[in-house]
Each structure stands twice: as C-alpha cells, then as structure tokens.
Design a protein around this ligand. Structure first.
Ligand SMILES: [Zn+2]
Length: 175
C-alpha cells in the first residue's frame, strides 16, 4: 500500500476555513487573521488565530465575509483585528514568520504550531482530522506522537481513504 500513488480528488485539496467550514482551494483565497488585545498589565495578547477565506466563499451571499468583523470585535472585545494573506505563510519566509510569532510569546504556542503544520507540511491539512479516529481505533500509532505525523504515515492513511472510500478507513490499516 505504501507504494501506491495518493489519489485524493482535486476538489478535496485545500484548507478548511475556520469560519464557514468550506474548503479554501487556492492559496490566493486564504487569509490568516487574529485578534489583538491588551491584558490587565497593558501587554499585547494575540488570540483567535485562524485561517479563513479572504473573500467570499462559494455559495455564500456576495456581502458575506468569513473574516472577523472588525467593528463587532472592537465593540465586544475592545480588540483589533489583524491579519496577513495566506501566501505570506508559504515557503521558508513563511516558516520564519511563524517562528517569529512563537518567539514573541504573544500568541498561544499551540495555535501557531497547528497553523504551521497546516500551512507548511504537505498532507497535514488533509489528514489531521482523520488521524485521531484512526488512533482511537488503535489502527495507527504515529511514530512521533499524536498531532505529529510523518509523510509516510499521512501518505498511507490518505491512500487508504482514496482507494477504499466505502470502507471505514481505519479498519484495514495494519501497523
Ligand atoms: Zn470561509
């Protein structure tokens, strides 16, 4: 099975929008945003980081936006909406940007680690929601631990799904 070419359909490739739940199918359609607040000591705290559609998602009204509503957020949380285009998180410069986010300590480290895996590691976005079920069924034991999967492990899981769409994907995986 490990030598089989991955056959994930083209329309399944993309990133899950943190707002509407639909797929973001092009890097140009993605936007990474967060909320900037101040804690009681006046220090900057950045939270609510998420990857969303930059424009209008398919099937939504033209005036619907997946991005934070800056007016609503500033009223409710006294915070500011900040963000960058998804393409800024691609490649070596994107990795460096993510590392700088971790270094500042203003974001939740777990939030940035998850974002880094989603935008930097091939196949992670496609397999990240499937692995916990496969692991719970004891069909898979990731070498590095849950949430951190090797390319060979993701390729194996995704190949199984592509080849056996009507069979529970974890039932036939042998480790
Ligand atoms: Zn969306």
């Amino acid at each position: 099975m490990s030598n089989t070419t991955c056959k994930i359909p083209r329309d399944c490739v993309g990133w899950r929008c943190g707002s509407c739940g639909q797929l973001i199918t092009s890097i140009d359609d993605g936007w990474v945003e967060w909320l900037a607040l101040e804690d009681v000591s006046g220090a900057s705290v950045l939270r609510g980081v998420r990857l969303v559609h930059s424009g209008t998602a398919r099937g939504r009204a033209p005036d619907y936006s997946c991005r934070y509503d800056y007016r609503k957020e500033s009223q409710n949380n006294a915070g500011m909406v900040e963000g960058l285009a998804r393409e800024r998180f691609a490649g070596p410069d994107g990795l460096m940007l993510l590392l700088s986010f971790i270094a500042t300590g203003e974001f939740s480290t777990n939030d940035i680690l998850e974002l880094a895996k989603r935008v930097q590691v091939p196949r992670y976005e496609l397999s990240r929601e499937i692995f916990p079920q496969a692991i719970a069924c004891q069909a898979f034991t990731p070498f590095l631990g849950e949430g951190y999967y090797l390319q060979s492990e993701m390729k194996e899981l995704l190949t199984w799904i592509a080849e056996e769409p009507k069979t529970p994907y974890w039932s036939g995986i042998r480790r």
